[in-house]
Write a protein that binds this ligand. Structure first.
Ligand code: 2PH
Ligand code: PAB
Length: 286
């Protein structure tokens, strides 16, 4: 796998430590924090708090992708994301990713200062996404999903879950490089909770290491998700922090490079200790 990636002057030195992506949902309806950060002033305060807590990347999302979430218009998504980027970019020095499946949002976001595109469809929802990202020359996160957030939970029949996730991601990595995206700018993600049932989410954690054969950094987004709620019998997503910690630790143990989380302060402690126990850092120039 590529040894490192420089984004906005910051070095992501893969394997050396776990990197944290702090979630900033500027939506009214996200499953755990909808409506909390969807004004520009609240978004800025939260972004600064995430950075102070140890976030390496801030992930801005204008569209909830929870099961059954309503699809907003392009104009609405552009308005939500761009108004926040305008306020964030001058104040935040860490890389900013934008969680979108639309090429037009990706392009306008990078023009407004975003550094990474996070596409939960792995470049499959919008045929212009991969060529657009290639043209913009920014890194992309390719996530596995089946169907759309509206239909995905009816598409959970797999013969070989990890094998199918792996071949989807391999195909999309190939499509991305064919479109002109550098291989070292591609991050893969198995898509916890996207077209997966409870048992399948657990199976992904156990088999995560099999995805390392794709030779790309791996991102895992388990934060506060419903499989944790089911294990804990905890309906309140905000009360799933310890459960998230266990999932993050397991992901690190099984090869994750980036964790996408809401509770950055807590997961920073988790990743510092897990990294000290599990990784053998070597000195690099990067
Ligand atoms: N790459 C990647 N992106 C994601 C992932 C994920 O696992 N991987 N999970 C999400 C769901 O979490 P969020 O808190 O943003 O909820 P919402 O979809 O309701 O906004 C949204 N975006
Ligand atoms: N976008 C998503 C939000 C939440 C979940 C989940 O709780 O499993 C899955 C996807």
């Amino acid at each position: 796998m590529p040894s490192n990636l420089i984004i906005r002057g910051r070095c992501f030195d893969w394997g050396q430590r776990t990197y944290l992506m702090g979630i900033l949902n500027v939506t009214p309806d996200s499953f755990s924090d909808g409506g909390e950060f969807n004004t520009t002033s609240a978004a800025l305060v939260q972004a600064q708090a995430l950075v102070a807590a140890g976030a390496d990347i801030i992930d801005v999302g204008g569209q909830s992708t929870r099961p059954g979430a309503k699809q907003i218009t392009l104009a609405e998504e552009l308005d939500r994301v761009l108004s926040v980027l305008q306020v964030l970019r001058p104040e935040i020095s860490v890389p900013i990713s934008v969680d979108t499946t639309r090429a037009a949002v990706a392009k306008a976001s990078v023009e407004a200062g975003a550094d990474i595109i996070n596409d939960i469809s792995g470049g499959t929802f919008d045929s212009e996404m991969l060529p657009t990202v290639a043209e913009l020359s920014v890194p992309i996160i390719l996530m596995h999903i089946r169907g759309t957030p509206q239909t995905m939970q009816q598409q959970t029949d797999y013969q070989d879950l990890l094998g199918e996730i792996s071949s989807f991601l391999a195909r999309q990595v190939q499509a991305a490089t064919t479109a002109g995206i550098d291989l070292d700018k591609i991050i893969i993600d198995p898509g916890i909770g996207f077209a997966k049932n409870y048992e399948q989410n657990l199976e992904i954690f156990r088999g995560l290491r099999s995805l390392t054969t794709l030779n790309c950094p791996i991102l895992v987004g388990a934060s506060r998700k419903s499989f944790i709620g089911r294990i804990l019998n905890q309906p309140d997503p905000k009360a799933r922090v310890w459960g998230t910690a266990a999932a993050c630790c397991t992901a690190i143990f099984n090869g994750a490079d980036i964790l996408r989380v809401h509770d950055v302060q807590e997961m920073h402690d988790v990743s510092l200790v897990a990294d000290a126990l599990l990784r053998q850092p070597i000195q690099h120039d990067c």
